[in-house]
Every structure is written in C-alpha cells, then in structure tokens.
Design a protein around this ligand. Structure first.
Ligand code: 5GP
Ligand code: ZN
Length: 113
C-alpha cells in the first residue's frame, strides 16, 4: 500500500527498532512510548484496521495473537500487559494499518475511555 507508514516500516524503507519478525508479522518499538514497554505488532500485509479483518485475512491476526505472549515473555512482562487496537477516529487511530499495541512494564491506569 503506497504512502502507508507501517507498510514502509515493514519494507525497511523507514527504520524501526525490531523486536520480533517472521514471514507474516513484524513487532517494533513505538516511537512515542506510553509505557516503559510499548511495542506495535503489525501484519506484513496491509489491513487498514479491525473493520477490515475478514475470514480471508483473519489467519494473520490469529498468528499475531499466538506471538504476543511470546513477545511479552521475551520482554519480561511478567506482571502482565495490555493489548490495544484503535479502530477509527473516535478511538484515536492515527496510522491506517492494523496494529496491536503491547503496553506494559508498570501498573497501567485502568481508564479505557
Ligand atoms: P494509533 O494511534 O494509530 O493506535 O497508533 C499509532 C502508533 O504509531 C502511535 O503510538 C505512534 O506513536 C506510533 N508511530 C507513529 N509513527 C511511528 C514511526 O515512524 N515509528 C514507530 N516506531 N512508531 C510510530
Ligand atoms: Zn500498510
């Protein structure tokens, strides 16, 4: 997808601090961390947001969720962590490429809205 920031990160056109990578997904550190550990996990294929998840592409989303606990363990998030995906303007989504935030490393505030 042209002009998609996370497609460019996946392609290596924009540098990122990689945490995990395989043939289908990439995890990298958020440039503006909101917690001591703040990682973004993205599919390498362009999916715009949660609304664009379909039966045909859901496999990569399931794969992301099988890797998230491994990434969290590698980051020593033994006290727990939060997984967030913002979908659309009201949620504050700023990058239109599906991504899951992993937040941890401290006791997180409980406010969700
Ligand atoms: P959203 O607000 O769409 O849920 O999350 C987008 C996230 O991408 C934000 O937390 C923001 O800090 C992060 N971000 C934006 N631009 C870049 C970048 O160029 N590199 C990295 N690593 N993260 C970015
Ligand atoms: Zn993209």
């Amino acid at each position: 997808m042209e002009n998609c920031l996370f497609c460019k990160i996946v392609a290596g056109e924009i540098p990122s601090t990689k945490v995990y990578e395989d043939d289908r997904i990439l995890a990298f550190r958020d440039i503006n961390p909101q917690a001591p550990t703040h990682i973004l996990v993205v599919p390498k294929t362009h999916i715009a947001d949660c609304n664009a998840i379909t039966a045909d592409n859901a496999c990569v989303v399931a794969h992301i969720f099988t890797q998230i606990p491994k990434i969290a363990a590698a980051e020593n998030l033994t006290g727990g962590y939060r997984v967030v995906s913002n979908c659309g303007a009201d949620a504050g989504q700023t990058v239109q490429h599906l991504h899951f935030h992993i937040l941890g490393g401290k006791a997180l505030a409980l406010e969700m809205a």
